[in-house]
Design a protein around this ligand. Structure first.
Ligand code: PBG
Ligand code: ZN
Length: 335
């Protein structure tokens, strides 16, 4: 008898029907709960297309209601805000990271009011607001870690005061999670604001489109001294454990697809913590342009990537494709 007829060698009998297939992929189902939508908010009103990320827009704060209402109706549960300056000056201290004119500061109370059930996370970093474009503050040409984390924690409290539910520090300074927690607790937000740490964030070539949107590329040098070296599993593991020790509420791996081994390892090391995966701007652009060129079918390829992220251990995926995915997930009919 050939092996292909032995009962234990027949795999096809386990997945010939869609329902049987769903049992073969437990816990990787994708629902709106598993998606977080990153949004760019600008100083000016209007809906501005972004050339480096076709299909993604920058919104003025008064345009957010109309833009988000249809998504909330389709089940959108959480968003991640990025501020983009066009006229306000950038300086050494990142003064406009949390000034009253900062687009995120202006949008937060309105969003809370328009969408009382939507969870609002804010990226907290200085690179969009510093004159040199680095993620921390500089002193004599080098990063001043202590001054950086104090300023970042101050910005975190400003965002919490304005209505953020989640503070997501993406700067990668040492000790920033601890500093943010300390400041939040002192300000009375200890039990009301979560910290989602960009814990394993690599120095990646996939951030290019984002940096052109936010005009946040460093003016000199690069970020290799604070974002993790792409080959290092050791630093990723240490960074996550360190952030856990400092009291973060959720962990993140970023970028996503090239780092699924890190996703799996992080979930294994910290099963108690919700794990976020950021499908970054370059991953978005890669899929968008490949599909546009006819190289692959966007729906099939994107579903496969999302599934792979869930399979590796992602509880929530931060993706610019969220509006498209919500469309796919929306019930076609009520009956
Ligand atoms: C700011 C920040 C970046 C991203 C999120 N927050 C850029 C960077 O660190 O250079 C990347 C997001 C994306 O590419 O989609 N520190
Ligand atoms: Zn930054």
């Amino acid at each position: 008898m050939s092996k292909s007829t032995l009962p234990s060698h027949i795999l096809h009998s386990g997945f010939f029907h869609p329902v049987l297939r769903s049992w073969q992929a437990p816990n990787v189902e994708l629902t709106p709960n598993n998606l977080m939508f990153p949004l760019f908010i600008g100083e000016e009103q209007g809906v501005v297309p972004l050339p480096s990320m076709p299909g993604v827009f920058r919104y003025g704060c008064s345009n957010l209601k109309d833009a988000l209402q249809p998504l909330v109706d389709k089940g959108l549960k959480s968003i991640l805000l990025f501020g983009v300056l066009s006229h306000l000056p950038k300086d050494e201290k990142a003064s406009h990271a949390d000034s009253v004119k900062n687009p995120v500061m202006m949008a937060l109370p309105r969003l809370r009011n328009w969408f009382p059930n939507l969870v609002i996370a804010c990226d907290v970093c200085l690179c969009s607001y510093t004159s040199h474009g680095h993620c921390g503050l500089m002193k004599d040409g080098v990063l001043d870690n202590e001054a950086s984390i104090a300023r970042i924690a101050e910005v975190a409290v400003s965002y919490a005061n304005a209505g953020a539910h989640i503070i997501a520090p993406s700067d990668m300074m040492d000790g920033r999670v601890g500093a943010i927690k300390e400041y939040l607790i002192k300000a009375g937000f200890g039990n009301r604001v979560a910290v989602l740490s960009y814990s394993a964030k690599f120095a990646s070539g996939f951030y290019g489109p984002f940096r052109s949107v936010t005009k946040s590329a460093p003016v000199f040098s690069d970020r290799k001294c604070y974002q993790l070296p792409p080959g290092s599993q050791g630093l990723a593991a240490r960074a996550c454990s360190r952030d856990v020790e400092e009291g973060c509420d959720m962990l993140m791996v970023k970028p996503g697809l090239p780092y699924l081994d890190i996703v799996k390892k992080t979930k294994e090391n910290h099963p108690e913590y919700p794990l976020f995966v950021f499908q970054v701007s370059g991953e978005y652009a890669m899929l968008y342009h490949a599909a546009k060129a006819g190289a692959l079918d966007l729906k099939q390829a994107l579903e496969e990537v999302l599934l792979a992220m869930r399979r590796a251990g992602a509880d929530c995926i931060i993706t610019y494709f969220t509006p498209l995915i919500l469309d796919w997930l929306a019930p076609k009919s009520k009956y």
